[in-house]
Design a protein around this ligand. Structure first.
Ligand code: ADP
Ligand code: MG
Length: 266
């Protein structure tokens, strides 16, 4: 489970040498079999993400966004290449771990907002949100923290409700509260505001940025909606499984975003 202790090399890579690298993708590839033929989604992708980075991976449906997030989180295994997560000065090559070890690592260090929420149907809203902390053996004070967070996302009156009684937007907010409560070092979010009206989405982005800044979280958001990118500092455009280009995206207008996304790497 323990990886190599990270040396100075962790700080020496890439453009931003002042911040430690938290996620490193090394020649990462994923091939799927489709109708007997192999199809490559990510073609030896190399990329580093730093502590406190808040990035967006923007790409059309089918461009490989969910595939990439599932590889970073260790839910899925790559066909070749590696994912390294640096945590407290320690490098863990999660692609070298067993499935069980990856699950344990993910529970401790990675928060995930799934595209389809993945709430547990037999648990209430409150129970869903506190579950990751309980799995990590943390019980002290978590009920109050969970309630406060659910209040902030507008679900204070839904604590005892089961997921099947919630709208898509409400389920999405539960999923976000669940991922944020445990303040992971790495937060991966797949279309986190896709089911929300714009006022709820704005509120969510504010909370997300605030918790991320407090915890120096590395946040990777994937989306197909250019407007979502205006909430992220930097955007990488994913096209056919490769990173076609990047731009600074925070605060850009919708039309600027569409333009920048379309022209990235062309
Ligand atoms: P996105 O999230 O950007 O919409 P995905 O990562 O889900 O894209 O999928 C990228 C491509 O990989 C798609 O063409 C999809 O059909 C294919 N794909 C994803 N998962 C599988 C799978 N389990 N088996 C075969 N092909 C898959
Ligand atoms: Mg997807």
């Amino acid at each position: 489970m323990r990886g190599e202790v990270a040396g100075a090399n962790v700080y020496a890579n890439g453009a931003d040498a002042t911040r430690p690298v938290i996620i490193r993708l090394e020649a990462l590839s994923k091939n799927y079999q489709e109708a007997g033929r192999s199809r490559s989604i990510l073609d030896e992708l190399n990329r580093e993400f730093y502590a406190g980075e808040f990035v967006c991976l923007l790409g059309k449906s089918g461009s490989g966004k969910s595939t990439l997030l599932n590889l970073i989180s260790g839910i899925d295994a790559p066909s070749s290449g590696h994912v390294v997560i640096c945590n407290g000065g320690e490098e863990v090559r999660i692609t070298a771990l067993s499935e069980q070890q990856r699950t344990l690592f993910r529970r401790r260090h990675i928060g995930i907002v799934f595209q389809f929420f993945n709430l547990i149907p037999t648990l209430t809203v409150l129970e869903n949100v506190t579950l990751p902390l309980e799995l990590a053996g943390r019980y002290q004070g978590i009920q109050a923290q969970a309630k406060a967070l659910l209040d902030r996302v507008g679900l204070a009156d839904r604590l005892a409700t089961y997921p099947d009684k919630l709208s898509g937007g409400e389920q999405q907010r539960v999923a976000i509260a669940r991922a944020l409560l445990f303040e992971p070092g790495v937060l991966l979010a797949d279309e986190p505001t896709g089911n929300l009206d714009s006022a709820s989405a704005d509120r969510l982005w504010t909370i997300l940025r605030e918790v991320a800044a407090r915890r120096q979280m590395t946040v990777v958001v994937v989306t197909h909606e250019p407007v979502a990118a205006s909430n992220c500092v930097e955007t990488f455009v994913l096209r056919d499984g490769t990173v076609a280009g990047r731009f600074d995206s925070y605060g850009l207008t919708p039309s600027e975003l569409v333009l920048r996304a379309a022209s990235a790497g062309r």
